[in-house]
Design a protein around this ligand. Structure first.
Ligand code: NDP
Length: 290
């Protein structure tokens, strides 16, 4: 980061906690690389102060913020407007402070996921996909899959009712994509028939890297793609197992980078230096959330 002065434009990350995040390193490296007088700061926001914090963005003249757990849904009532993606997903990971302090909520997780799949040459269109987990990230992934033209989605969750409720919301938006819910792990045998498996559970994430959202008695197919949103560790137990079975394994660091790059572009209006952000994210090894 260069010298912070009266002209510095500030953005930040609202979450609780935010101390392990890679986002400040990614964004500040990008500002420095482009010579932009901007700074990205961690903004730890206790859960009972979310409304004050969102209004504070406007009051303090910030240009925007990223939003992470546990506030992605909680910020919604305090925003002036939502993008179609944020409204459909029902959560916000990026706030843009616009003209006259108008607060626009966006969600770049879905587009970040789609961009990373495309960067890896994985085509969503007409794919049969299994999604493990039905929390916040699964909402964004389902939206990306529907928008990208996936032919079918099998959604598995430990709490099957939560998966069914999510499909009740998402299926009508994407009638061309057949969506069905099953209990996790009971339903995983059917996952073998899919082209792409996406882990949206937190199982396997440091410091509990021994976790795996899978039953290792069930194999993957050669040629199947397994995408793990978890990016700390980079190579999760799920990815190692999938690779050992001949599947193609992709970790979630690229999604993290692309969702950040998209937020960067919305705030600054300047194309993001994606490679610089990727290097900064990789260099920052201790992080556990975006
Ligand atoms: P949520 O807390 O919203 O959802 C967690 C999901 O994991 C739920 O479906 C939950 O099931 C399931 N789960 C948790 N523990 C278990 C368990 N022991 N057994 C079976 N299922 C379990 O989290 P998010 O969706 O926000 O995030 C999930 C992961 O994705 C995190 O590791 C996060 O860091 C990562 N992520 C990565 C991003 C990236 O850019 N790469 C972006 C966003 C998230 P249930 O509903 O039954 O509780």
């Amino acid at each position: 980061m260069g010298i912070v002065d009266a002209a510095t434009r500030i953005v930040g990350l609202m979450g609780w906690p935010v101390s392990h995040s890679r986002s400040p390193a990614m964004h500040n490296a990008a500002f420095a690389a482009l010579g932009l007088n901007w700074a990205y700061v961690p903004l730890p926001v206790p859960p009972d102060t979310v409304g004050d914090a969102v209004r504070g963005l406007r009051a303090l003249g910030l240009r925007g913020a990223n939003v992470t757990v546990p506030h992605k849904q909680a910020v919604l009532p305090f925003l002036d407007e939502l993008t179609p993606a944020a409204a459909a997903i029902g959560s916000v990971n990026t706030i843009i402070v616009g003209e006259e302090g108008r607060l626009l909520g966006d969600n770049t997780d879905a587009a970040g996921f789609a961009a990373d799949l495309a960067a890896h040459g994985v085509n969503i269109s007409v794919a049969h996909v299994a999604v493990l987990g039905a929390g916040g990230s699964a909402r964004a992934v389902l939206y990306a899959l529907g928008l990208g033209g996936a032919r079918s989605v099998l959604l598995l969750n430990r709490s099957p009712q939560k998966a069914r409720d999510l499909l009740t919301e998402m299926q009508p938006r994407f009638p061309e994509c057949t969506m069905r819910a099953e209990a996790f792990p009971a339903g995983i045998a059917a996952v073998r028939e899919t082209d792409l498996v996406v882990n949206c559970t937190s199982l396997g994430m440091a410091p509990h890297a021994e976790g795996i959202p899978w039953d290792e008695a069930v194999g993957f197919r050669s040629g199947q793609v397994v995408y793990d949103l978890v990016y700390a560790p980079m190579r999760t137990r799920l990815l190692a197992f999938a690779e050992a079975q001949g599947a193609r394994a992709i970790g979630g660091i690229g999604m993290l980078v692309f969702q950040g790059a998209l937020a960067f572009e919305k705030w600054t209006g300047v194309p993001a230096p994606v490679e610089v952000m990727q290097q900064a994210a990789l260099a920052h090894r201790s992080a556990q959330n975006p």
